[in-house]
Design a protein around this ligand. Structure first.
Ligand SMILES: [Ca+2]
Ligand SMILES: [Ca+2]
Length: 102
């Protein structure tokens, strides 16, 4: 049996630059393998599929992803942040979208 601990990122949803993450709930991020912000604590998992690479980051280390950036092979990209709203709801909000090199 394969567990996500042996293969980080395997249980993360596959998304591409045109995917909407609205309606997607919190994404648990176990066993991050990279330290993107350089504070000495691992915070990020990078996964790649046939069409796109996804970079999931958990900056406050609560085990739930706070940000994801998706970069497709053809340069299309999108960035999303997981927001906790004052009214108690939460959800993904797109913060950037475009094409690399334009
Ligand atoms: Ca870090
Ligand atoms: Ca987090």
């Amino acid at each position: 049996m394969v567990t996500s601990g042996e293969f980080p990122g395997l249980d993360l949803p596959g998304v591409d630059a045109s995917s909407s993450l609205e309606g997607l709930g919190p994404v648990e991020l176990h066993d991050p393998t990279q330290d993107i912000d350089g504070d000495g604590t691992l915070d990020t998992v990078t996964t790649s599929g046939p069409e796109a690479m996804q970079v999931w980051s958990d900056y406050d280390h609560d085990g739930v992803a706070d940000q994801v950036t998706v970069v497709e092979k053809d340069g299309d990209y999108a960035a999303w942040e997981f927001h906790h709203n004052p009214d108690g709801t939460s959800g993904w909000v797109r913060t950037d979208q475009g094409k690399i090199g334009q």
